[in-house]
Design a protein. Structure first.
Length: 328
């Protein structure tokens, strides 16, 4: 689609007014304290995927509410470590798929945990295996409006908590260097990456790729594309829920998490993206780390791409950027 957002110079300077709630930190501290009151319950079961250079494991650990969260773990075969680790989060609607699909980071020398997203996995790819046993008030099909009237009930409170526990889980894996854990993901996975970067203060790096779940109000105003369109459709029916809905999203906004991040970061943005408009990405990037000591930050810009962003080009950039960062 043609460019329909701010100009390049406006994007670079874009720092929207914040709608951050005063109890944001207290909300998330209590959420994570509650989650960590459950035993991590980490289970690693070897998987025979006919791979000789990579070891694969079926992973289970306790996420929000102690609920079992699935994932795949891959590591270089025969290497005891301590190795750096990558925790990767999945795009909207996707699931963990099949174990043999998750070997790229292990081939580069990392332990790689690919976290399944609760309740998702039937929209694309090869499926997911983690249910979300929590119900919600009336909502639109999809995940954006599940629990929209209260941040305590919202779906992404559970997912972001699962994602933090995934970092706890990978740090408990034998042979992992807990000081060299990086988080990454694209689209929804990029938004989850920003949440974890703001909630876990001692990550080695964060690599959000075309991140979703940022600057919700603007996103719903300038794009009709789903998943943000789910919010628009819900509010078109529930006309008296607008302020309550955006209050809930203020506890889940990637911009607010990004401000608290302390880890060096490599973002990406696509300037023709109709799903995650570039101004919503720059809103998070421009404020990234402002409360966390202003860590090093870089953004790769794909001028003529839509939501696919850089794809393999961006993965190559991530591999080189992270290698050089960790070697420092």
């Amino acid at each position: 689609m043609p460019v329909n957002d701010l100009s390049r110079s406006e994007l670079v300077a874009y720092r929207p007014e914040l709608d951050e709630p005063a109890d944001f930190d207290a909300f998330w501290t209590s959420t994570l304290d509650e989650a960590r009151s459950f035993d991590l319950g980490l289970e690693l079961t070897p998987v025979d995927a006919a791979m000789t250079m990579v070891e694969l494991y079926d992973v289970t650990f306790a996420g929000w509410g102690g609920h079992p969260i699935k994932g795949w773990l891959a590591r270089p075969a025969g290497v005891t470590g301590p190795l750096p680790a990558i925790v990767e989060y999945i795009g909207y609607g996707g699931g963990r798929g099949l174990a043999h699909e998750r070997t790229g980071w292990a081939a580069a020398g990392y332990v790689h945990l690919y976290m399944d997203t609760r309740g998702q996995g039937s929209g694309w790819g090869d499926g997911g295996d983690t249910p979300d046993p929590v119900g919600s008030s009336p909502s639109m099909p999809g995940f954006m409006t599940r629990g929209i009237l209260d941040p305590h009930d919202h779906y992404y409170r559970r997912v972001f908590t699962d994602a933090v526990r995934a970092v706890d889980a990978v740090r408990a894996v034998p042979g992992v260097d807990p000081t060299r854990v990086t988080v990454t993901g694209g689209s929804q996975g990029g938004g989850i990456t920003l949440a974890v970067a703001g909630l876990v203060p001692d990550l080695a790096a964060a690599m959000p790729d075309v991140p979703f779940l940022c600057h919700y109000r603007r996103a719903t105003e300038i794009t009709g594309s789903n998943p943000y369109g789910e919010i628009t459709a819900y509010l078109a029916v529930h006309r008296d829920h607008v302020e309550q809905a955006f209050r809930t999203f203020s506890y889940l906004d990637g911009v607010h998490f990004a401000r608290r991040a302390t880890a060096p970061t490599l973002f990406s943005v696509a300037l023709m993206d109709p799903i995650c408009p570039p101004s919503t990405v720059y809103a998070a990037f421009n404020r990234y780390g402002e409360l966390g000591g202003d860590p090093e930050k870089t953004i790769e810009v794909y001028e003529f791409n839509e939501h696919e962003g850089g794809q393999g080009h961006q993965r190559g950039r991530q591999l080189r950027w992270l290698r050089d960062l960790l070697q420092r």
